[in-house]
Design a protein around this ligand. Structure first.
Ligand code: SF4
Ligand code: SF4
Length: 425
C-alpha cells in the first residue's frame, strides 16, 4: 500500500472533524453572499453531509472498520466529488487535517477492495493503456497538430500538451506553441513518448497504474536532458508538480524537473520584456481559478512521521493550505492586456468553485459536471462579464458545454488564446 494513499494512516484526519462545515462554505471572513456561499462542488446539488467531507469522513471511518457495504449509493457518494480541494483548504483555516488525502485514499481503498473504480473510469483507464490517452484516440495522432519544424531537439524546455490539448482542443496547444515562438523560447516535446499524465487514473483511485505512468513519463523526460516541463493544462501541471512526487514518496523539490504552467511562463516573459502586448482585446473579463492551478498546486512535501498522543506529530510537517497556488501570474497577465477590464467573481483563489469537470466527475457523471459548470457561469453572469478565461482545457470544455440560455453572451477562452490575441506580431 502506497503510504500517501493508505486510508488507515488518515484515521485521525477523519476522527477529528468537528462538524463546523468550514469545508462546505466559502470562508466566513469574506462570505460574498448566500447564493455564492458554497465552495464544495459536490454539495451544491446534493446538500447532505454525505456529499461533503464532513460526511465522507464518517463514511471513511466506517469503510475502514468494515462497517459499511459497498452499495451503488456508497460508490456514488465516494466518486461524485471533484477532488477539488476546497474542503481541504477550508478546514486547514482551523484544523490541520488532510482532507484531500482522505478522499483520494477512500477511492484507493474502493479499488483495493475490488469495488472501484466506476465503469466509466475503467473505460478511460483502458483507453490510456491501449492508446496512451484518455479518449481512446489513435496514438499516432497525438502530436499531429505540431509542425516538426517548430521543435528544437535538445531544448531545455519540454512542452507537454496533455490529452485535452492534443485531441480535444488543438487551439490551446497551437496558441501555446506560437507564444513560445514569439518569446524566442526553444522547446521540444516527449515525441513518441508523449503520453497521458495519469490524472484520470489518480481520480479513479488506480494508484498503482498511475505510479507506473508517472515513472515512465519521468524516464521519458529524463532522456531528453531538459530541465523544465511546461504545460498549458492545469490538470497536467498539478499531476507533474504534486502527484508524481506524492506517488513516488518524494517532495516536489527533489524531482528531476521543474513543472511550469503557461501562465507562469508568460508572466515571467512579460516581466523580462520578451513578450509584449500591443493589440487591444476589448473585453470585460474574469479569471476562473482552476482548482489544479490554484489551491491544489502548492508543492508536495513528503512526510513519513506518525501521530502520537493527542494527535501530536513526531516529526515537523509542512501543510499545504492552498494559499500559495498560482493566483498572481494569470491576473498579472490579464490586467496588462490593452482594452481588457479584469473583474473578479465572488468565489476566487482558495474559495474558487470547481468548473465541475475535475476528479473524474466529467467521465462518470457528465450531466452533473455540466450542472456545476452552469452554477459557475451564473456566477460569471452576476458580474456582467463578456468573457471567462481559464488555464485548463477541461474548464473551457465544461463551460462551453453548460452555457445556459441566459449566459449565452459570455465567451469562454483559454489563457493561451487571449495572450496570443494581444501579442505583437
Ligand atoms: S471544516 Fe474540517 S472540522 Fe469542519 S466540518 Fe469540515 S472537515 Fe470537519
Ligand atoms: S474535494 Fe471538493 S467536491 Fe470533494 S468534498 Fe472536497 S470540496 Fe467537496
Amino acid at each position: 500500500m502506497n503510504i500517501n494513499y493508505d486510508l488507515a494512516r488518515y484515521k485521525y484526519d477523519m476522527e477529528k472533524c468537528v462538524g463546523c462545515k468550514g469545508c462546505v462554505w466559502v470562508d466566513h471572513i469574506y462570505m460574498p453572499s448566500v447564493e455564492f456561499g458554497i465552495k464544495c462542488a459536490s454539495n451544491i446539488y446534493n446538500p447532505f453531509d454525505a456529499y461533503a467531507y464532513v460526511g465522507r469522513s464518517k463514511i471513511g471511518l466506517a469503510v475502514l472498520a468494515g462497517r459499511l457495504d459497498y452499495s451503488d449509493k456508497l460508490l456514488d457518494v465516494i466518486y461524485k466529488c471533484n477532488l477539488c480541494g476546497a474542503c481541504d483548504a477550508g478546514c486547514k483555516r482551523n484544523l490541520d487535517l488532510e482532507l484531500l488525502s482522505v478522499l483520494e485514499s477512500l477511492r484507493a481503498k474502493c479499488v483495493a477492495d475490488g469495488k472501484g473504480p466506476l465503469p466509466a473510469h475503467k473505460a478511460v483507464a483502458d483507453h490510456i493503456e491501449a492508446s496512451g490517452n484518455r479518449f481512446g484516440a489513435p496514438r499516432k495522432n497525438r502530436l499531429q497538430w505540431l509542425s516538426p519544424a517548430a521543435v528544437s531537439q535538445g531544448a531545455d524546455l519540454i512542452y507537454f500538451p496533455g490529452c485535452a490539448a492534443s485531441y480535444l482542443d488543438n487551439s490551446i496547444a497551437r496558441a501555446t506553441v506560437e507564444i513560445l515562438k514569439r518569446s524566442g523560447q526553444a522547446f521540444a516535446t516527449l515525441a513518441d513518448q508523449d503520453y497521458c499524465c495519469a490524472r484520470p487514473l489518480l481520480d479513479a483511485g488506480l494508484i498503482d497504474a498511475a505510479k507506473k505512468v508517472a515513472e515512465s513519463n519521468i524516464r521519458a523526460f529524463a532522456a531528453t536532458g531538459a530541465k523544465t516541463i511546461l504545460t498549458s493544462c492545469a490538470e497536467c501541471y498539478k499531476t507533474w508538480k504534486v502527484d508524481y512526487p506524492k506517488l513516488l514518496s518524494k517532495s516536489t523539490q527533489d524531482m528531476p524537473y521543474t513543472a511550469m504552467h503557461l501562465s507562469e511562463f508568460v508572466d515571467d516573459q512579460l516581466e523580462k520584456g520578451k513578450l509584449r502586448f500591443t493589440r487591444q482585446v476589448p473585453l470585460r473579463a474574469t479569471w476562473h481559478d482552476p482548482c489544479n492551478l490554484g489551491r491544489l498546486s502548492e508543492p508536495w512535501n513528503h512526510w513519513e512521521g506518525n501521530r502520537g498522543k493527542f494527535g501530536l506529530l513526531d516529526k515537523p510537517k509542512e501543510y499545504r493550505r492552498g494559499t500559495h497556488g498560482v493566483y498572481k501570474a494569470p491576473r498579472n497577465i490579464l490586467s496588462q492586456i490593452p482594452g481588457m477590464e479584469l473583474v473578479e467573481m465572488p468565489r476566487i483563489r482558495e474559495n474558487t468553485l470547481c468548473c465541475g469537470a475535475g476528479g473524474g466527475v466529467r467521465e462518470a457523471f457528465r450531466d452533473y459536471a455540466r450542472k456545476i459548470g452552469e452554477k459557475r457561469m451564473t456566477e460569471a453572469g452576476s458580474i456582467a462579464v463578456e468573457a471567462v478565461v481559464s488555464g485548463c482545457p477541461y474548464c473551457k470544455e465544461n463551460f462551453n458545454n453548460v452555457r445556459s440560455p441566459s449566459e449565452k453572451g459570455i465567451k469562454v477562452y483559454d489563457l493561451s488564446e487571449i495572450v496570443l490575441m494581444s501579442l505583437a506580431d
